[in-house]
Design a protein around this ligand. Structure first.
Ligand code: PMP
Length: 426
């Protein structure tokens, strides 16, 4: 399998962009070696510039739940392009996407469209602070909420993979009000609320973590966040950028039956185009300018192309209900991978919710960053390259979730398991 064109292009990229990339997670820092350069995606497959085909389990880090190049999404984007790419003014498509979101996610009464998950969480934190008149926030170690200064503390995703959970350039002042706690610890959460309850603006959290590998919350933990936020008047801010429209149509909040005050969404909500959103209780959202005084804005917010892709994607998900099928595919894949690892005598643990999952190289249970961090990342790297050589594109870090799309078939899954068997043996 030649990767010479990829190599050539990436060498040039290194001269043009820091580390040769526009986002660190894609630089293969967690597995060593050079990233592949892609030319085209089709359904469950990616094609690199050397003409190699891969079964794709990154799905652009989550958005591509319908697979690459869905015909209806493409048609919606084409139609929008022909009418104009940006007006910086109200459009009917913004209403249509907002209506879909509000309809699908009952806790969202009002919503604001932004351009990235980072903007969504940054804005939602500002609203939580503006609404409560308080400064302190709680986040959990290994959770990632985008590159918001105040949230780049014990951050997951590439920050964890590349060993910079606390980024240089973020001032101590910016993070002074960020309290970091271990995920899944009701005890730590309760004692922190007892100490700082009246100063807490919000608790921001991933309702299923994807950014330290997949880590599932206990019902007690989710219940405690809800109860304590209500008791102390803090905003429960559920970051569903990854889980929204993924683990169920209505996200993790539908799956677990937990109602947050504010929700952030991204990835799938834009069907592969740059759009994200934050929304929630109307009395909180009405604090956002110009309804209220909390400033938040965007030249390209509610962009016609992005809203067109989002409307098409959410409409398809709503009409087709692919979640039982995604559950079956996820089950098939992870059962197969676990069996392959057992047969190879490799210590492992599997975490999965529907079509979002991680094969950890280490004994479970993995409940927080400390337990996730014990995984054998060297073995993961070998496994990753073994899969690449066999035409399977897995997350390029132990600390990222894999995603399955509706275009993956049983045959794709079985080919992946066969490749994993060989990779684990080698
Ligand atoms: N929150 C979560 C849970 C995420 O997974 C991510 C991105 N992986 C973000 C926020 C940030 O989104 P974006 O990369 O679009 O800024």
């Amino acid at each position: 399998m030649s990767r010479s064109r990829s190599h050539e292009i990436f060498q040039r990229a290194l001269e043009l962009m820091p580390g040769g990339v526009n986002s660190p997670a894609r630089a293969f820092g967690g597995v060593g070696g050079e990233p592949l350069v892609f030319e085209r995606g089709e359904g469950a497959y990616l094609f690199d510039v050397d003409g190699n085909r891969y079964i794709d389990y990154i799905g652009s880090w989550g958005p591509m739940i319908l697979g690459h190049g869905n015909e209806k999404v493409r048609a919606a984007i084409h139609a929008a392009v022909d009418q104009g790419t940006s007006f910086g003014a109200p459009t009917e498509r913004e209403n249509q996407l907002a209506e879909l979101i509000i309809d699908i996610v009952p806790s969202v009464e009002k919503v604001r469209l932004v351009n990235s998950g980072t903007e969504a969480t940054m804005s939602a934190i500002r609203v939580a602070r503006g609404y409560t008149g308080r400064n302190k926030i709680i986040k959990f170690a290994g959770n990632y909420h985008g590159h918001v200064d105040s949230l780049l503390v014990a951050a997951g995703s590439a920050a964890a993979t590349l060993g910079v959970p606390n980024s240089p350039g973020v001032t101590p002042g910016t993070t002074a009000d960020t309290i970091v706690l271990p995920y899944n610890s009701v005890e730590a959460l309760t004692s922190t609320f007892e100490k700082y309850g009246d100063e807490l603006a919000c608790v921001i959290f991933e309702p299923i973590v994807g950014n330290m590998g997949t880590v599932i919350p206990t019902p007690e933990f989710l219940g405690a966040i809800r109860e304590l936020c209500t008791k102390y008047g803090a905003v429960m801010l559920m970051d569903e950028v990854m889980t929204g429209f993924r683990v169920a149509l209505g996200g993790a909040q539908e799956l677990f039956g937990v109602t947050p005050d504010l929700t952030t969404m991204g990835k799938i909500v834009g069907g592969g185009l740059p759009i994200a959103a934050y929304g929630g209780r109307a009395d909180i959202m009405n604090n956002v300018l110009p309804a209220g005084k909390v400033f938040q804005a965007g030249t390209l917010s509610g962009n016609p192309l992005a809203t067109a892709a989002g409307i098409a994607t959410l409409s398809i998900l709503k009409e087709t209900n692919p979640y039982p099928q995604l559950e079956k595919l996820g089950e098939r894949l992870m059962t197969g991978l676990a069996k392959a690892a057992s047969d190879a005598g490799v210590a492992h643990s599997v975490a999965r919710v529907g079509s979002m999952a991680t094969l950890f190289f280490g004994e479970g249970p993995i409940v927080d960053w400390d337990t996730a961090a014990k995984s054998d990342t060297k073995r993961y790297a070998d496994f990753f390259w073994g899969l690449i050589d066999r035409g399977v594109y897995f997350p390029c870090s132990q600390f990222e979730a894999l995603f399955i799309s509706v275009t993956h078939t049983d045959a794709d899954i079985d080919a992946t398991i066969a490749a994993a068997r060989e990779a684990l043996k080698a």
